[in-house]
Design a protein around this ligand. Structure first.
Ligand code: ADP
Length: 439
């Protein structure tokens, strides 16, 4: 009987140890699964069959784990998508925490501010040395409502990253959720080109108004004088009417040039960029200036070089005419009596090069980069007196870029100027190359 009792106790103990072992194993599996879920890793179902509270716990875990796992996967997917979207943005985006430490920077921000993976968690004032950017961060954190901060900053760029002196960045700051906010997101948009275009437009309007006002004031003054007393004074009335006629012609030229530029700017000018025999086009343009050259006793010569009637360029005839009409007109205009104007061609690989050289007044070295700007004139009074509008070379530059050509200039004051135009050659015979309409 004693042995039976002992055997019974041993059997109960054995069963208890067996159950406790399963429970322990189940609890171990459970804790492994939970820590895997906690660290965002993957987990699998626990397949240990136990009863009691541990069994129920495992049941709950097996049910909840796939749902939690799915949610974690979706969050990770969203995070990756967000990273790609932010990475693809042209705007620079940074996120900082409430202590102004960098949380995130997208690719554009890395390039703009010279940040990298080691920048995360560092203080933004150390990374981006700009007082305006600091105050943008501070203001966004202080005024915690959406779009708390908007402003602009001129940001000097590091040479290695992007060229140019400095860029104008428009900044927009939004606080991260929380009260006070847990941080801020700042978006930087490069508006340098936009501002430059705005300034150009404003300058153009101011210059154009000024240029239009000058001849109008003259016309008004002569007209009033004629009305007041000079109409029947035969010693002056004809002269005054001639002055009015000159000013009207100037206004007309100015308006034509402005319209031409406006059409080029808005790409409304339709060009037929097709094979064009350059020599006849240049000769006919030159002939148009022969009379003026003779009137100033200038020698106007043309040297076709190795080009002949078969040499084709890929350009529109009207565009070519306008380019050389302006350049030859300037050469004649700015060359004193008895001087020389020479148009000479040469071949260079896939380009035709045309020089328009004169022995005129020349252009000072430091003025050379500016002469292609709208309304820019080295000597305003002289240009006006000679009927210039200050728009000719900007039209020329526009036209040359529309045919994929290049223009350069060398000059020495008192000795003369040389404008060199390079035009793409058309190496396919005209009959095989249909002309195309190009805007
Ligand atoms: P404009 O109508 O005043 O001639 P352009 O745009 O054609 O205007 O030229 C801009 C300026 O460049 C001129 O005002 C003149 O000062 C200078 N320039 C252009 N061509 C010549 C040239 N061949 N010789 C000397 N100066 C020139």
């Amino acid at each position: 009987m004693r042995y039976v009792l002992i055997a019974l106790v041993l059997a109960v103990l054995g069963a208890a140890v067996l159950v406790a072992g399963r429970w322990l194993r189940a609890i171990r599996e459970l804790s492994r699964g939970l820590s895997a879920l906690g660290s965002g890793g993957r987990t699998r179902q626990i397949l240990i069959d136990v009863w009691g509270p541990v069994g129920r716990l495992i049941g709950v875990f097996n049910e909840a784990a796939p749902a939690i796992q799915g949610r974690i996967d979706r969050l990770e997917e969203d995070r990756q998508q967000l990273r790609v979207v932010l990475g693809a943005m042209a705007e620079a985006v940074i996120a900082v925490d409430a202590r102004r430490r960098l949380l995130f920077a997208n690719t554009s921000a890395d390039a703009l501010f010279g940040l990298d993976a080691t920048s995360v968690s560092r203080l933004v004032p150390e990374l981006i040395r700009s007082p305006q950017v600091q105050s943008a961060v501070d203001e966004t954190l202080r005024l915690h409502h959406p779009d708390a901060y908007q402003g602009e900053v001129a940001f000097p760029l590091r040479e290695a990253v992007l060229r140019g002196p400095s860029r104008i960045l428009s900044m927009r700051g939004t606080p991260l959720p929380g009260n006070p906010p847990s941080g801020a997101v700042l978006v930087f948009h490069d508006v340098t080109d936009l501002r430059r275009l705005e300034r150009m437009r404003q300058d153009f309007v101011a210059n154009a108004s000024h240029e239009l006002k000058t001849p109008l004031a003259s016309i008004k003054a002569y007209t009033e004088t004629l009305i007041d007393w000079a109409l029947h004074d035969e010693t002056v009335n004809r002269r005054f009417l001639e002055r009015i006629d000159e000013q009207v012609e100037r206004l007309n030229q100015l308006i034509l040039d402005m319209l031409s530029l406006a059409r080029l700017d808005s790409s409304q000018e339709l060009f037929e960029h097709g094979p064009l025999s350059l020599i006849p086009a240049l000769e006919s343009c030159l002939e148009g200036h022969r009379g003026r050259a003779e009137a100033k006793d200038l020698s106007l010569t043309f040297d076709a070089g190795s080009l002949d009637g078969e040499t084709l360029v890929l350009a529109d005839e009207e565009a070519i005419w306008q380019i050389f009409d302006n350049l030859i007109d300037n050469a004649i205009k700015y060359t004193p009596l008895g001087g020389k104007v020479r148009v000479a061609c040469s071949l260079a690989a896939d380009m035709v090069s045309v020089d328009v050289a004169d022995t005129g007044i020349g252009i000072p070295r430091d003025e050379l980069p500016r002469i292609f700007e709208r309304f820019y004139r080295v000597d305003k009074a002289r240009s006006r007196e000679l009927g210039g509008t200050g728009l000719g070379l900007s039209i020329v530059k526009h036209l040359i870029s529309s045919i994929g050509g290049q223009i350069s200039v060398t000059s020495r004051p008192g000795s003369g100027s040389r404008f060199t135009v390079k035009i793409p050659r058309c190496l396919v015979p005209a009959s095989q190359s249909p002309s195309e309409k190009v805007r």
